[in-house]
Design a protein around this ligand. Structure first.
Ligand SMILES: Nc1ncnc2c1ncn2[C@@H]1O[C@H](COP(=O)(O)OP(=O)(O)OP(=O)(O)O)[C@@H](O)[C@H]1O
Ligand SMILES: [Mg+2]
Length: 470
């Protein structure tokens, strides 16, 4: 039911009407958890024509981290007409609601967008900010002497006439403010309406705080769930690793025997016979299996990392030199850039080389004749202003299918007939052990792998060996 259908219309100075409005707000608060919807309901209720309180309302919330007042929403009366009353009004069980369409219309007005782009520093020298945050008291524009500061600079153009700013107080702290005015009629804001706004803002402050708490709990819950899943994944991986190590151990000895005897057989058989061809296949397949088992064993063992000071560009250059024949055979154009400076990292050069070799070989595998491989080193910054090096390896091999992207770092994930699917899993583990990160995405032309590693400060070259952290 629309609020206009309710009869009789609540009068502005009518206590029953005010109490009904507050009661409906309590009910609304109990059933609205989402902060976004709550802010729309709060401003709509005090601007809706039938409440006849204010013609326009704006909500600002304090961002604790950056200590600024952040504009959240601004609503004018003509978009507040669609406030719905849900439930039985006679038993005071009713509450307000808004359709998704109204919410989106209210959000997309120029006025609301302008408000949402507004950030005001919480500067105590501004009389309005002082009144709202230090005094936690209502502030009328007519009562304050404007210092022409940043706050007025934002609020004045919004409120052509006089306005009232009311703090949203929760647990004795101002968490934001509601600003109201009557720009259409120019009607003065009565003290009755200010008193009502005070009561209303008290409830609104608590409702907003609860809603923000709920959001934080929900976020913490998601983080916890994510951590639990990663832990379970880690446990599964550890179990797979142990099983793989046992299996490899059992398979290796008979495989060596088969390979040995097949090799001997090969020597005994005359060339260009079918039997020789068969024995040849057995020997090469056994070789491939042995190589695979060695890789699986390497993955399932916990390697020791020997940290020393090394130059990442030199390591990558070494890998490129090792792959020269592959590049020449397939006419692949390679470029390595990253100014002349030294890209010093503290790490295990053998393991880091393994990472870049795996990535370069993967790119070679997918690129057609005349492909392009570009490797760029650029400086970056991590949390706490720590300097990092970002290595971007980009190829022109067509990229990775979208649905496969999240899986490429999983052990044993491969799309190749003879692949083990361990190259990227090993690379990921090595980079994590070096306190870095590795990511993959598509560029349109091919795949790009981005590796971030902490740059070694001259003083923190961490020499010595330590066990794998995973
Ligand atoms: N540059 C790339 N372009 C397109 N797909 C890629 C690229 N790099 C990796 N992939 C995809 O990711 C999969 C996993 O790669 P990974 O290096 O882990 O294993 P693999 O290359 O298949 O086998 P292995 O490296 O053990 O011989 C590949 O099979 C391939 O599908
Ligand atoms: Mg590979």
């Amino acid at each position: 039911m629309n609020i206009h259908d309710s009869s009789p219309h609540p009068e502005p100075n009518n206590r029953v009407a005010e109490l009904t409005l507050l009661y409906q707000f309590s009910n609304t608060m109990l059933s609205t958890i989402r902060l976004n919807k709550l802010t729309h309901l709060i401003l709509t209720a005090i601007t809706t024509p039938s409440s006849n309180l204010f013609e326009r309302a704006v909500l600002f919330l304090r961002n604790e981290k950056s200590d600024v007042l952040q504009g959240m929403l601004g609503i004018t009366r003509w978009l507040s007409e669609d406030l719905l009353i849900v439930g039985d009004q006679d038993t005071l069980g009713s509450r307000w609601d808004l359709s998704d369409e109204t919410i989106s219309r209210q959000r997309s007005t120029d006025f609301s967008m302008q408000i949402r782009q507004t950030r005001i520093d919480i500067d105590d020298s501004c009389p309005l900010i002082h009144q709202i945050f230090a005094e936690r008291n209502v502030c009328r524009s007519d009562d304050i002497s404007c210092h022409n500061c940043q706050t007025c600079h934002f609020i004045k153009p919004l409120c052509n006439g006089s306005f009232v700013a009311m703090p949203l107080v929760c647990h004795g702290k101002s968490i934001g403010m509601i600003v109201v005015d009557n720009p259409d009629s120019g009607r003065e804001i009565s003290s009755d309406n200010i008193n009502f706004l005070r009561l209303f803002a008290n409830q609104a402050g608590m409702a907003i705080e609860n809603s923000m708490l709920y959001n934080r709990i929900e976020e913490a819950h998601l983080n916890l769930k994510d951590a639990q899943e990663r832990l379970q994944h880690g446990e599964r991986m550890a179990a797979i690793g142990e099983m793989a190590a046992n299996l490899v151990h059992e398979l290796k000895n008979p495989l060596v025997t088969i390979g040995g005897f097949a090799g001997r057989l090969l020597k005994l058989l005359p060339v260009e016979t079918r039997q020789r061809q068969y024995a040849d296949t057995i020997v090469s397949e056994v070789c491939r299996l042995e190589k695979m088992l060695v890789e699986i064993l390497a993955f399932s063992r916990k390697p020791t990392i020997c940290f020393s000071s090394c130059d990442l560009k030199e390591i990558i250059q070494d890998c490129l030199t090792d792959c020269t024949t592959s590049f020449e055979d397939h006419n692949i154009k390679v470029s390595l850039s990253g100014d002349g400076s030294r890209w010093g990292v503290s790490g295990d050069s053998h393991q880091l080389k393994q990472v870049f070799l795996n990535l370069i070989l993967n790119s070679c595998d997918v690129m057609p004749e005349g492909g392009e491989l570009s490797i760029r080193l650029t400086p970056g910054k991590a949390a706490g202003d720590k300097k990092t090096v970002i290595v971007c390896i980009e190829d022109s091999g067509g990229g990775i299918q979208k649905e496969m992207l999240p899986q490429v770092f999983n052990p044993f994930f491969t799309t190749k007939v003879h692949g083990t699917g361990l190259g990227l899993a090993i690379a990921n583990r090595i980079i994590l052990n070096h306190f870095g990160s590795i990511d993959a995405h598509n560029t349109g032309k091919g795949a790009a792998f981005i590796i971030t590693l902490p740059l070694a400060e001259q003083t923190d070259i961490n020499k010595g060996c330590q066990d794998d952290r995973s």
